[in-house]
Every structure is written in structure tokens, then in C-alpha cells.
Design a protein around this ligand. Structure first.
Ligand SMILES: [Zn+2]
Ligand SMILES: [Zn+2]
Length: 247
């Protein structure tokens, strides 16, 4: 798509299709400015209504904040960690058709119950290798699969971003053997945080991953250093996506 151009695209969500417009909002003549795309749809159209139904908790939260604050205050409203909801967009085999998957608070509640009492490493393995629990009901299973799929997609994208190079040791093991081996680790354990944002995932080699889960070091978000109980420290060598947090 050329700069300033727009076209109609189709979304497929829960067995229904919706039309929307995608616009390349980069109007700059400068070559180095990155293209940015915006998805537009009518305020009270079908898509808008369907999304409002899925994300009613987010809508209510935003509405309450807007009502309680000064009318002139138009600053960005950030959702608290425990209230986050997601909309995953996946490409399909058709060029202008995308799959939309809303992941609402209820989905997280189901996920939380499903992984209760599980070890973090097993949960991460399940996300990575798609092991299915055949014992749970279909509806529940679909909700779990949704979150896993999103989680895995974020991890896969990070692996591509790093070219399968590990953030702690800076190495790539598989390359020599024509193999791609890398694992996505959740810095705040997913079993506790249910946080699958890219900013909570790190690409590591299987060895460092095992060591982290065995020794449980503390991650210092300010300095980007893993601090082990025995005094050993591992600084993140390569970082292209993690954002420092203060305090
Ligand atoms: Zn490593
Ligand atoms: Zn891990």
C-alpha cells in the first residue's frame, strides 16, 4: 500500500465477517519515516457493536474514568495489568481477510483456573509445544487455546526479531546445525501474572532457561540484570524490545 492510500479489508470474528478500512497514515515524503497503518470502522456499525459486546469491561472502565475526570483531560487511559483485554489479529490465506480474536477478562479467568497449581515451566512448555488437555470441556478448551495461541505468537515474533539469538548469553546454538532453537521465558511468571505482553517475555537458550527456573533469580527491571541468590549476576546482553521499569 502506498502512502496515504486506503482499502477495504475483511475481518472474520466468531463466524461473522465485518468490513473495515485500512489506511496507510504515513503522509510524509521522507523515505526513512516508517509506514503506519490505521484500521477504521464506523462508530455504531456492526464491528463496533460486536467489539463493545466483547470488551464491555474495558468500556465500562474507560467510561468511569472519563466521567470522573476533567472534561479537558484527553490523556491516554492505561488499563491496569489485571484488567487487560486483548484483540489478536491474525493473517489468513486470503490477502485482505484477517481473523480477529477477542480475548476478554473471562478468558483469563478460565485460563487462571486451568493453570492453577501448575509449575511455570510446564505452562511455558504447553504454550510452546501446544499440549492439549483433552479432559476439559470444549468451550473452556477454546478459551485456553485462544490465550495460548496469542502467547505463542508473541513468543514466535520475538524469536524472529532476535534471529533466534539468546538475550542472556548472546549466542545462537541451532544455526550451526541448521536448526532453530530458542525459548520464550516469562519474566514475571505467567502462572502468577497471566501477562503475555512482549515486555514480559525474553528469548533465552534452553540452558539458561532451565537455570532460571531452577535457581529463581530476581530480575532487576532497572538495570536489566538477573540476580542470583549466590551473588552471580547475568546482564541482558541483547535487548531490542524490553523496556526498563523504574523502582
Ligand atoms: Zn543462554
Ligand atoms: Zn520460563
Amino acid at each position: 500500500m502506498q502512502r496515504g492510500e486506503s482499502k477495504i479489508i475483511h475481518f472474520f470474528m466468531n463466524r461473522k465477517t465485518y468490513d473495515a478500512k485500512i489506511v496507510n497514515v504515513n503522509n510524509s515524503v521522507e523515505k526513512r519515516k516508517k509506514d503506519a497503518y490505521q484500521i477504521r470502522y464506523t462508530r455504531n456499525g456492526d464491528l463496533s457493536q460486536a467489539l463493545q459486546q466483547y470488551f464491555f469491561k474495558t468500556m465500562n472502565y474507560i467510561r468511569a474514568i472519563r466521567e470522573s475526570r476533567d472534561l479537558k483531560d484527553r490523556s491516554y487511559i492505561k488499563m491496569p495489568e489485571g484488567l487487560k483485554e486483548y484483540l489478536a489479529i491474525y493473517t489468513t490465506e486470503y490477502e485482505d481477510t484477517f481473523l480477529l480474536e477477542p480475548i476478554a477478562q473471562d478468558d483469563f479467568q478460565v485460563m487462571k483456573k486451568a493453570i492453577q497449581g501448575m509449575k511455570e515451566r510446564s505452562v511455558e512448555n504447553e504454550i510452546e509445544y501446544e499440549i492439549e488437555d483433552k479432559n476439559s470441556g470444549i468451550e473452556k478448551r477454546l478459551q485456553i487455546v485462544k490465550i495460548r495461541k496469542l502467547n505463542r505468537k508473541i513468543g514466535e515474533n520475538l524469536k524472529l526479531l532476535y534471529g533466534y539469538r539468546y538475550q542472556i548469553c548472546g549466542r545462537v546454538i541451532g544455526e550451526k546445525y541448521g536448526s532453530r532453537i530458542a525459548e520464550a521465558h516469562h519474566i514475571d511468571y505467567f502462572v502468577n501474572s497471566l501477562n503475555n505482553d512482549a515486555n514480559n517475555q525474553m528469548i533465552v537458550c534452553p540452558n539458561h532457561h532451565s537455570v532460571i527456573h531452577d535457581a529463581n533469580p530476581v530480575f532487576d527491571w532497572k538495570s536489566m540484570i538477573y540476580k542470583f541468590n549466590n551473588g552471580c549476576e547475568e546482564k541482558i546482553r541483547i535487548n531490542k524490545h524490553l523496556m526498563r521499569k523504574n523502582g
